[in-house]
Design a protein around this ligand. Structure first.
Ligand code: ATP
Ligand code: MG
Length: 559
């Protein structure tokens, strides 16, 4: 895998590619046209990535087209900020739309089709209140009953619909409904509302309209107008397919797109509902939609996920009709694989304590710098210089006064190798008033760099940075945002937020070269994990780092 994957990527065969292959063979269509239709009422999340990879991926694999369509029929909730973030995320994931469309581009035509349904006696203006409409709708076991307004004349309906458009009614006072079947086994076919009154300024059409078409009426017609051949949505819209087909059969439009349903992506320990994500943001529980603990696309980006790793994840989970929950480790292993191959290595001491090399400067202990390779297997990633002086930092977790044989780090009286440098033996230590070790005194074995010295057997290798030449900065560590694997199912999901999901280390000691890291740079901090520069801090002129993922699945990085 690389960060520039693209050309050789192909969607693994699934039931949708089977359908497309059959359609191309049978001649139902001679091309593939898909669309990705987000409602611009929030930022995109990992569930959307599944839909993006499928829709844009099909267009790529079949040399077809894929539109980005903003499904903007809900004027209150939509916002230019969301529209821009969605465009940015789709591009960042590595996809290019054929055209950008908005459902609102079709408001005039949608109005015309609604008038057509009225003229055919297939739609009527209803004056039941929203509560009454719900009551009249019936239940899964009981049929609905007809509205007293159901049998108005065509003329009366045309007149009332026109007056609705002209703003003569209040919200909730009146609506337009399709006239289908109040006894249908499918509740969505029991005279669904297709237009309602809303006095809200729309992000694009502003105040031109005060009536807005409903999703089920809008989506199928938008698909038909754009010549979509395969309209893919998630399983909860299975029943609505009847309404999708009913609308298209009853209006004068030639194109016949087909709707296909796949299972949603549910990711363990993560929220994929924009409404709930919005709540986390609004309540200030996370630092915005791009908080690195969120599985929004922008959160994953800020966390250090690469576009290739997200595409690979979507490839691995596949496309089926079975509902299931994917483990977070499946997502993490995709970024780990990518960064293991592509991230340069560096040394970073997260909880520094000082190590003083008492015999530094004496015979055989005079090294001042090393040229070290950036990646053990990739010469193309080059090398860098690190410096050494009498005082260095090691991690507090790498030293103990006493420890058993399993402890493969530094303890008093025993030896360890400093990565790329000398073997050192701990002689003594100093502590602060609370008993925490602050300084360790040691002695280096002369001439032991890159060499085994008879009589010296270091217990392990630890990382370090030069205390006189390092970069002190903030490093953010993250744990799961929720305490439960299925926060979405919790009655009060906010109560499942893990209060320890973020740990800020304010004064970590990093090797000097990291001072020049740029936005989007990834590193493996040796023995610690994979990290990336934090984009928000960078915009504010600081270089700080975020934990992307631990080195191994089981290793707990938070200490
Ligand atoms: P939300 O509940 O977050 O609002 P949504 O389905 O209403 O989700 P849309 O913006 O309408 O969000 O979705 C755009 C497209 O992304 C739709 O085609 C939808 O089916 C798809 N999608 C949304 N969530 C998921 C998911 N978890 N898995 C797969 N596809 C998804
Ligand atoms: Mg939606």
């Amino acid at each position: 895998m690389s960060n520039t994957v693209g050309v050789e990527e192909k969607i693994p065969r699934n039931f949708i590619t089977d359908i497309i292959d059959d359609d191309l063979k049978s001649g139902r269509t001679d091309h593939v046209a898909t669309r990705f239709p987000p409602e611009p009422n929030g930022y995109l999340h990992i569930g959307h990535a599944k839909s993006i990879c499928l829709n844009f991926g099909l267009a790529r694999d079949y040399k077809g087209t894929c539109n980005l369509r903003f499904d903007d029929t809900n004027p209150e909730k939509e916002d230019m900020e969301y529209i821009n973030s969605i465009k940015n995320d789709v591009q960042w994931l590595g996809f290019k739309w054929t055209e950008i469309r908005h459902s609102s581009d079709y408001f005039d035509r949608l109005y015309g089709y609604a008038v057509e349904l009225i003229k055919k006696g297939l739609a009527y203006v209803d004056e039941l209140t929203p509560d009454q409409i719900r009551e009249y709708r019936g239940t899964l076991t009981a049929p609905g009953k007809d509205s007293p307004y159901r049998n108005r004349s065509v003329e009366e309906n045309l007149n009332l619909f026109e007056r609705m458009k002209n703003g003569e009614f209040k919200e909730g006072e009146i609506c337009l409904r399709a006239k289908i079947d109040m006894a249908s086994a499918f509740i969505c076919m029991r005279d669904p509302v297709i237009y309602r009154v809303r006095y809200a300024s729309h992000a694009i059409t502003k105040d031109k309209w005060c009536i807005y078409p409903m999703y089920d009426f809008t989506h199928c017609i938008s698909d038909a107008i754009e010549g979509i051949t395969h309209s893919i949505c998630t399983l909860e819209f299975q029943d609505n397919r009847r309404l999708y087909d009913w609308v298209l059969e009853n209006i004068s439009i030639e194109a016949r797109p087909h709707q296909y349903e796949m299972s949603r992506l549910n990711l363990e320990g993560s929220i994929t509902s924009k409404r709930k994500l919005n709540l986390l943001v609004k309540e200030g529980i996370v630092d915005g939609w791009d908080d690195p603990r969120l599985t929004t696309i922008s959160g994953l980006r800020r966390r250090g996920y690469t576009p290739a790793s997200i595409r690979e994840f979507c490839r691995r989970i596949g496309v089926t009709k079975q509902d299931n929950v994917v483990e977070m480790s499946a997502l993490e292993s995709c970024i780990r694989d990518d960064l293991n191959t592509n991230a340069p290595r560096a040394m970073a001491v997260l909880h520094p304590i000082k190590l003083i090399i008492e015999n530094y400067g004496q015979e055989g202990v005079t090294d001042t710098s090393y040229t070290v390779s950036n990646h053990p297997e990739r010469e193309d990633l080059g090398s860098r210089t690190i410096t050494l002086s009498k005082e260095i930092y090691i991690d507090a977790a790498d030293f103990r006064e006493e420890a058993n044989k399993q402890y493969k780090r530094l303890k008093l009286g025993s030896e360890v190798r400093l990565r790329n440098s000398y073997i050192v033996k701990a002689l003594s230590c100093q502590k602060d008033s609370e008993g925490n070790v602050t300084v360790v005194h040691c002695e280096a074995v002369p001439n032991s760099v890159g060499a085994n010295i008879e009589g010296h057997k270091p217990k392990g290798v630890i990382h370090w940075v030069d205390a006189n030449n390092c970069f002190r900065t903030t490093v953010n560590l993250y744990e799961n945002l929720f305490n439960t694997p299925n926060p979405g199912a919790a009655e009060d999901f906010l109560s499942t937020v893990n209060p320890n999901s973020k740990t800020v280390i304010e004064n970590a000691a990093l090797e000097k070269s990291l001072e020049n890291a740029k936005v989007g740079d990834h590193f493996q901090f040796e023995r610690e994990g994979y990290f990336c520069t934090d984009s928000k801090a960078f915009e504010e002129g600081r270089v700080e780092f975020n934990l992307t993922v631990a080195l191994r699945e089981s290793k707990k990085v938070i200490v």
